[in-house]
Design a protein around this ligand. Structure first.
Ligand SMILES: Nc1ncnc2c1ncn2[C@@H]1O[C@H](COP(=O)(O)OP(=O)(O)OP(=O)(O)O)[C@@H](O)[C@H]1O
Length: 361
């Protein structure tokens, strides 16, 4: 299929810089997810790749060719949006046929029929082919929208939060379907979302966008386990990584400061060479904290969320709050004082001034 590359792309709208020096590569057959909060620049990126907007500066290449002067139709990309863009008075079949009936494409009627049938089968909407699209459920409509994109066999699929209008169950089902579909087609997907679970579960690679800048690109594993800075550490994980103020003491060891009211004095065997005296942030994921008598931390249980398979505890010590995900079998109660510990190699250290991960440099 296709390869997408953005080189040093900046987009300015009046006084607002929506994208700043964006470098991005989506490999052939890759499911690339751009993750960012509202206003981060996700839609702007897609519109620039689709040819609906021009970058203020920078280059867009598809299969190594600069497509800056190409219109949207010439780029041969399909854009699937959160809102379904279907023709309501037409049947599902007519909606699927429509992109193939344009004069430019000149697809033979027999070819149209076979492509529509194949797509309907893939998306399991054969039984809906003769139904008007205004009589479909949200999930069915979104399947048809995706079908309209697939039927054209575009070079690239651009997806702008296509699942976010659906209810949680359907979203989960379509997540799996969409990922399977992409693998089956061997298609190149650039998918944008603000939903970290979508990003982690679907992406071969994730790009984390913050205020128009790409802060980190990596596999879901890298983004989760080796966040380059505190922004990325907070962007994935539910609850997100705990970030506590800490300091370097005794050369290699780090002591989380008790000055914030958290009586933690655990040593961390991470490399802190050259960082003695530097204010740090001590990052630990909720699932890496365990309750243990004699552990270095002490806190009061402020809240318990029972998720069936596990419990999420809110721990408080002084002014510091910490989340811990513990097995459901842990018997705990609110207001109880507990001791806890963690594996030293699970701790991520950040420079407090810049927010950068010290291990990443
Ligand atoms: N046509 C425009 N004119 C002016 N400002 C714009 C325009 N389009 C986008 N912006 C601004 O650029 C920034 C990025 O917008 P964009 O729509 O790309 O964000 P997003 O990450 O897709 O957000 P959301 O998740 O809310 O859709 C925002 O601050 C937005 O207000």
């Amino acid at each position: 299929m296709s390869h997408i590359e953005l080189r040093n792309v900046t987009k300015v709208f009046g006084a607002k810089t929506a994208l700043k020096n964006l470098d991005l590569q989506v490999e052939d057959g890759q499911f690339f997810v751009l993750l960012g909060e509202t206003g981060a620049g996700k839609t702007t990126t897609l519109r620039i790749v689709a040819g609906l907007d021009k970058p203020t500066q920078g280059t867009v290449l598809i299969d190594g060719v600069d497509v800056g002067e190409w219109g949207a139709a010439e780029r041969d990309v399909a854009l699937v949006l959160q809102q379904y863009s279907l023709y309501p008075r037409y049947t599902v079949r007519e909606n699927l046929e429509f992109p193939l009936k344009s004069k430019i494409r000149r697809v033979e009627p027999s070819e149209i029929a076979s492509r529509v049938d194949r797509v309907a089968k893939t998306l399991r909407i054969q039984h809906l082919l003769d139904r008007k699209t205004d009589r479909l459920s949200g999930g069915e409509m979104q399947r048809v929208s995706i079908g309209r994109a697939i039927v054209r066999k575009p070079r690239v699929f651009l997806m702008d939060e296509p699942l976010s209008a659906l209810d949680a169950k359907l979203r989960e089902a379509l997540r799996t379907e969409l990922k399977n579909l992409q693998m089956e087609l061997g298609a190149t997907f650039l998918f944008v979302t603000h939903d970290q679970i979508e990003a982690m579960s679907m992406g071969d690679r994730i790009g984390v966008l913050n205020g128009g800048r790409l802060v980190q690109t990596g596999t879901p594993y890298e983004i989760y386990n080796r966040p380059q800075n505190t922004f990325v550490a907070r962007a994935v994980g539910s609850p997100p990584m705990n970030l506590l103020d800490g300091d370097v003491a005794d050369g290699q060891a780090v002591v989380a400061r008790s000055g914030t009211g958290f009586p933690v004095s655990g040593r961390v065997s991470a490399q802190v060479n050259g960082n003695a005296g530097k204010p740090l942030i001590f990052g630990i994921r909720p699932e890496d904290i365990r309750l243990e008598s004699g552990g270095p931390g002490e806190a009061t249980i402020h809240d318990i969320e029972d998720h069936g398979v596990e419990k999420i505890l809110t721990l408080r010590a002084g002014e510091t709050t910490l989340k811990a995900t513990v097995p459901a079998r842990e018997r705990v109660r609110i207001e109880e004082v507990v001791r806890f510990g963690w594996d030293a190699d699970k701790v991520v250290l950040f420079d407090r001034a810049s927010g950068r991960n010290l291990a990443v440099g």
